[in-house]
Design a protein around this ligand. Structure first.
Ligand SMILES: NC(=O)c1ccc[n+]([C@@H]2O[C@H](COP(=O)([O-])OP(=O)(O)OC[C@H]3O[C@@H](n4cnc5c(N)ncnc54)[C@H](O)[C@@H]3O)[C@@H](O)[C@H]2O)c1
Ligand SMILES: Nc1nc(=O)c(N)c(NC[C@H](O)[C@H](O)[C@H](O)COP(=O)(O)O)[nH]1
Length: 255
């Protein structure tokens, strides 16, 4: 899907929410949590069903945001449902540098076949980087997948994920990504990851910026819902409205 020119007013609107040079926390990268939802807080019409919510205008914003981060992270549920490209198709008119954020997939049980994915083809055609795939350290790696990933310059990152709390596993994931010099990560979902990170805010501050696209549609009761386990307060709130969608930018309060 080709993009359209970024609405100029989005650049100053997003500026204060973009990765800052010095992260608010020295042990993890700067984290932007961003996704698109319906008016009834759904991010897909049913489990495993990729659902178009964003207008091209805000889809272009997503790629602008990808151009400002070192990496894009999604869970295995998103990868199996959407087979996403996870590359950046926004080109800054003022620069001839093409941004290539690193795709990061959290796949603890090693379910994904990278060698059969759209992302594999994207790398083959020089349109994006190969992924870092986070698996549990107890899992043995499929040699075919290992060869495909090595060949493309990607890697498996075995971590202790099983029998760990969500807070512990996220600390381990984010500190290992910082050690790989990924200083800013755009987390795009899916629902489990969004709900977990929002719910953990009272315990551990993992989210620096929250950027939500809201589309004027109800996806109904079978939809995949964003509903953290606890209330989540926001501050530094700003709204932008475009041709069809609205965008909320905020910081997540740890109160
Ligand atoms: N509208 C949007 O912006 C948007 C964005 C992304 C995905 N989606 C939709 O969301 C759905 C997928 O969401 P989902 O909740 O099924 O899956 P998900 O992408 O959130 O992945 C969840 C899986 O990731 C792994 N995981 C996540 N965090 C982990 C942790 N801390 N430790 C260990 N393993 C961890 C687990 O295997 C878990 O089952 C799809 O329908 C997709 O289309 C929508
Ligand atoms: N911003 C946004 N608006 C949407 O309407 C929608 N369905 C997603 N979903 C996010 C999820 O991660 C998608 O699967 C990838 O964003 C696919 O896009 P790419 O192939 O990576 O360009 N994200």
């Amino acid at each position: 899907m080709s993009l359209i020119p970024l609405p100029p007013s989005l650049i100053p609107f997003l500026k204060d929410y973009l990765p800052q040079p010095l992260s608010s926390c020295p042990h993890r990268p700067f984290i932007t949590l961003t996704y698109a939802q319906s008016l009834d807080s759904k991010i897909a019409s049913k489990p495993g069903q990729q659902t178009k919510i964003s207008h091209l205008e805000t889809k272009t914003m997503t790629h602008y945001l990808r151009s400002k981060h070192d990496a894009i992270l999604v869970g295995i549920g998103t990868v199996l449902a959407d087979d996403p490209k996870l590359n950046c198709r926004y080109h800054d008119p003022g620069s001839d540098v093409i941004s290539s954020p690193r795709p990061i997939i959290i796949d603890p049980h090693h379910k994904w076949k990278y060698s059969k994915s759209q992302l594999y083809k994207i790398h083959e055609s020089n349109q994006g980087l190969s992924p870092f795939i986070i698996i549990d350290e107890s899992i043995s790696i499929d040699p075919v997948e290992l060869e495909a990933l090595d060949h493309h310059g990607g890697k498996f990152i075995p971590l202790p994920l099983f029998n760990k709390s969500k807070s512990e596993s996220w600390e381990s994931i984010l500190s290992s990504l910082l050690q790989l010099n990924l200083k800013s990560i755009m987390i795009e979902g899916g629902a489990m990851i969004i709900n977990d990170l929002l719910s953990l805010q009272h315990d551990k501050k993992f989210i620096d910026s929250l950027i939500i696209t809201i589309g004027p549609v109800f996806l109904g009761s079978e939809g995949v819902t964003v509903h953290p386990h606890t209330n989540v307060e926001l501050d530094n709130i700003n709204w932008w409205s475009g041709i069809q969608d609205s965008i909320l930018c905020a910081n997540v309060s740890t109160k």
